[in-house]
Design a protein around this ligand. Structure first.
Ligand code: AKB
Length: 313
């Protein structure tokens, strides 16, 4: 019997598309979606689904044994903006869920883990342009602190116990299938929805705040590419820098105006501005390119065309 794959946090922005992509690749029945609440009907009906809290070790262990899971994608997390409001809840969710899957692998109950890190591991003292893989990491957000600690634990479990854990520092992700929730880069998804529904958007970041971003298709492709790479090619067991596009709110608005000339943007920065100001503007992902052949495909123009046409449809 083919071993199965478990996705924790399958109803979230990345989890949804990862579930579809893995089901297309391996077949619906061997990809088990799970989340603490039910998601879209389309996702729920496309294969097995379990209501599962990633912080509950016993429940997780039971699902792993029942479906003979070999690979786990841990996509459940509290993102940067929400984590500032609920620091302890964010720490508990982000860290306990990670320890649960790392310990399952240490106990040889699963073989392989994907765990997402983020550009939030960097902080105000990090070089902001083309941020290198190895550099100053002094995150100033609750979310960033949890991701940086998580990276160290991934590396530790790999070194000490041989756990096959793989990770990417995702930039802000832009997609049309599922809305993001609680992140600082969420504006870059909201803007497309508002451009189509209201012809106007008030952005919670300043017009010249440049952040690293990526279209979801690229992020899913990178994740699958990393997971099917030979273990000897995975030289970094904390987390890989990954890059595609960097833009400001003004630049994304201009790319929308090509298709919707009357689109209006205004700016009303809130507490998320401080988070964004602590993050890099662009990322050097040369290690991902060299080690496992990563190359992005979507630039801002191509992404805007794709977002608007799919949201309209
Ligand atoms: C967030 O904004 O919190 C996330 C991230 C960059 O990890 N999208």
């Amino acid at each position: 019997m083919q071993k199965s794959i478990l996705i924790l946090g399958a109803c979230g922005q990345i989890g949804t598309e990862l579930t579809y992509a893995l089901r297309e690749k391996h077949g619906n029945e061997v990809v088990i979606a799970s989340d603490i609440r039910e998601g879209k009907e389309e996702l729920m009906n496309s294969g097995p689904f379990e209501l599962l809290d990633a912080t509950d070790y016993n429940a997780l262990e039971e699902v792993v044994a029942y479906y003979e899971i070999s690979e786990v994608y841990l996509m459940a997390a509290m993102l940067s903006a929400t984590a500032e409001k609920f620091p302890m809840r964010a720490w508990n969710l982000n860290m306990n869920s990670l320890f649960n899957v790392l310990n399952l692998a240490k106990e040889k109950k699963i073989d392989k883990i994907f765990w997402p890190s983020s550009i939030a591991v960097f902080g105000p003292n990090t070089p902001a342009d083309l941020t290198p893989q190895n550099t100053i990491m002094e995150p100033s957000t609750v979310y960033g602190i949890s991701k940086q600690s998580g990276e160290r634990w991934c590396n530790y479990y790999h070194q000490k116990f041989g756990v096959d854990v793989r990770s990417i520092r995702y930039p802000g992700l832009i997609s049309y299938k599922t809305m993001p929730g609680g992140g600082t880069t969420d504006y870059a998804v909201e803007i497309y929805h508002k451009a189509l529904s209201e012809g106007a958007y008030t952005c919670f970041l300043k017009k010249d705040t440049r952040l690293p971003m990526m279209f979801m298709d690229d992020a899913i492709r990178a994740t699958l590419l990393l997971m099917r790479s030979k273990p000897e090619n995975i030289k970094i067991r904390s987390s890989y820098n990954l890059a595609a596009i960097s833009f400001t709110p003004e630049e994304i608005a201009n790319s929308i105006k090509v298709w919707i000339p009357d689109f209006k943007i205004s700016y009303k920065p809130d507490f998320r501005q401080e988070i964004a100001d602590s993050w890099p503007s662009s990322i050097d992902d040369s290690h991902a390119q060299t080690d496992w052949g990563w190359q992005s495909k979507f630039d801002l123009e191509k992404m805007t065309k794709e977002m608007l046409s799919n949201l309209k449809a």
